[in-house]
Design a protein around this ligand. Structure first.
Ligand code: ADP
Ligand code: MG
Length: 352
């Protein structure tokens, strides 16, 4: 700094701005997988295939059979703040996973991204590439209806971030965790997760689409992901309070764990890690579990999008309820009520 003249303020160029913004959206391979799978869900896919090599560091490929992207829109899909999901008029009524229009741009800024897609009304698909934020030309490409996003060499353009990644094994574990979480909330969609080694893909997780009624499908999917011993030892939860609905399954106290690692919480279909909700889950079991035991549950809170703000964080793992007390009360009373009915009477009254 020139002490006489003061510091020089410069406008950063777009590539640098994109890379900084990308850092908030994409922290590690699992966050890239999350964005891509959520895009596929938003596109109405009925099957989603995820392929990963080296824990996602060298390759992430997500293919879906959703609505696709018209070839003329491919460059726009990779532009920052471009989205088909909201028009900006009602940020409080978001029903899709995406809305920031940031993910593809961010991924294209920090890795080598290829977006290939075809919509129903066209006989041919098209493809576009982005490397470190530089867009290539749109070229024709053969594929069925739907979209494939291939992301190679994540963070090659931001070596500092690359250094923070953990082992391939740990990154793969995080990828697997997020795919499972997303699959839990979407029993109607078939998912596969494959590990690619030397060009060979080996399926490490498969969840076929569940059919039947909503509860049956959910129970089937949860059983496949969390284990059938969970669903066999779980109580169905179905409670409502002031426009909030709580559904899902919560295990009997006898099926508790030594760590709070088997608690899956969703708000309007999104996996969340929310202190308010995990605190409520803990409180609901406080009279029937000792302090070193933790309940196992998969809980789905749903409400009008206006009652919850999902705009808190770019990675969207946090939410903010308009009325946190109601959300907490519903979880506590809904679970206590189910536990009491199953004969695990708590000492405090059931009002929550
Ligand atoms: P957002 O999801 O917030 O809209 P993204 O950067 O993730 O932002 O995606 C930008 C746009 O690209 C989306 O709004 C959508 O129109 C399109 N898109 C991305 N992925 C897919 C997909 N798998 N299928 C169809 N369209 C997609
Ligand atoms: Mg998105």
């Amino acid at each position: 700094i020139d002490t006489a003249a003061g510091p020089v303020i410069r406008q950063l160029d777009d590539t640098v701005i994109s890379r900084i913004a990308a850092g908030e959206v994409v922290e590690r391979p699992a966050s890239a997988v999350k964005e891509l799978v959520e895009n596929a869900i938003d596109a109405g896919a009925t099957r989603i295939d995820v392929e990963v090599a080296d824990g996602g560091k060298s390759l992430i490929r997500v293919s879906d059979d959703g609505c696709g992207i018209p070839s003329e829109d491919l460059p726009l899909a990779l532009a920052r703040h471009a989205t088909s999901k909201i028009d900006g008029s009602d940020l409080l009524a978001i029903r899709s996973f995406g809305f920031r229009g940031e993910a593809l741009a961010a991924l294209g800024a920090v890795g080598r991204l290829t977006l290939t897609s075809r919509v129903m009304r066209c006989d041919a698909g098209a493809t576009i590439a982005s490397a470190g934020g530089t867009l290539g030309a749109v070229r024709p490409a053969a594929r069925g209806c739907g979209t494939t996003v291939e992301l190679r060499d994540l963070f090659y353009a931001t070596p500092a971030r690359l250094k923070f990644l953990r082992t391939d094994r740990a990154e793969m574990q995080a990828v697997s965790d997020i795919v499972r979480r997303l699959a839990m909330a979407e029993p109607g969609i078939a998912f596969t997760l494959s590990q690619v080694t030397d060009g060979e893909a080996r399926v490490s997780f498969r969840a076929d689409a569940e059919t039947g009624d909503l509860w049956g499908a959910l129970r089937g999917r949860l059983g496949r992901i969390m284990g059938s011993d969970f669903t066999e030892n779980a109580l169905a939860i179905d409670a409502e309070r002031e426009g909030l609905h709580l559904g899902g399954f919560a295990a009997l106290p006898t099926f508790s764990r030594g760590a709070a690692t088997h608690q899956y919480l969703f708000v309007n279909g999104r996996p969340v890690r929310d202190k308010l909700l995990t605190g409520a889950l803990r409180a609901a079991y406080s009279d029937v579990l000792s302090r070193d035991r933790h309940p196992v549950a998969a809980l789905f809170l749903s409400c009008d999008p206006e009652l919850v703000d999902v705009n808190v964080h770019p990675a969207k793992a946090e939410v903010r309820f308009r009325d946190p007390g109601t959300a907490r009360g519903l979880v506590v009373s809904g679970l206590r009520h189910a536990l009491a009915e199953a004969g695990h009477r708590s000492s405090s009254h059931l009002g929550g």
